[in-house]
Ligand binder design. Structure first.
Ligand SMILES: C[S@@+](CC[C@H](N)C(=O)[O-])C[C@H]1O[C@@H](n2cnc3c(N)ncnc32)[C@H](O)[C@@H]1O
Length: 194
């Protein structure tokens, strides 16, 4: 396995998601993460996939169809900041692959304000033991803003309630992506009890 953001997220998420789970791809894009979740949750599981661009949802639907997995996925044409209109809780894992649609309009990118709102909501909607995984791409203007707001918020989460892990390549050039992995604890634990 190559140690890149998407692989780090998938290897961790695989360890917590089981058949029958509810998972959320907060940024459907080209559908790779949605497909990954759809194959993990099995026939009884459900995946919600959000995107503000119909084009992204169309690409994602086609990708799912090619693998005959579209039945277990709800594609939602709305911003992830509104996720609580569609989901009331019980989520085992979220993936946020931030930024813009590869090969698409770079102006239609995730934004720091709505990203922060959505990440906060994801933590509320997580099951105990569930994980919210976020890949942040700092190489563009909005990505730097997202990095700043997420760093401040995720570093100061209540240590009794969440474990917040930051994975960052420390020797690579050109602002490599950052990965945040936030797990809701099974029960409120003392700070030093991992
Ligand atoms: C880097 S791409 C996601 C890649 C995708 N997960 C994949 O596997 O191909 C980021 C996507 O986020 C979408 N996006 C931007 N703002 C959003 C928002 N507020 N809510 C949901 N999606 C958003 C963009 O339209 C774009 O398709």
């Amino acid at each position: 396995m190559v140690l890149k953001a998407v692989n780090i997220i998938r290897s961790i998420v695989k360890g917590v998601v089981s058949e029958g789970d509810l998972t959320v791809d907060a940024t459907a894009g080209n559908g790779h993460d949605t497909l990954f979740f759809a194959s993990l949750v099995g026939e009884k599981g459900v995946v919600y996939a959000f995107d503000i661009q119909q084009r992204a949802l169309d690409i994602t639907r086609e990708r799912l169809r090619a693998h005959r997995l579209e039945e277990r996925v709800k594609l939602i044409h709305d911003g992830h900041e509104s996720m609580d209109r569609y989901i009331t809780g019980g989520v085992k894992a979220f993936v946020f692959n931030l930024g813009y649609l590869p090969g698409g309009d770079h102006g239609k990118t995730t934004q720091s304000g709505t990203t922060l709102t959505a990440v906060k909501k994801s933590l509320d909607l997580l099951l105990p033991g569930g994980i919210s995984a976020i890949a942040v791409y700092r190489g563009h203007g909005e990505g730097q803003g997202e990095d700043a707001v997420l760093r401040e918020y995720l570093s100061s989460l209540d240590p009794h309630l969440y474990i917040s892990v930051l994975a960052a390549a420390s020797n690579q050039m050109n602002n490599p992506p950052l990965v945040w992995l936030v797990q809701k604890k099974q029960e409120a634990c003392p700070t030093n009890n991992y």
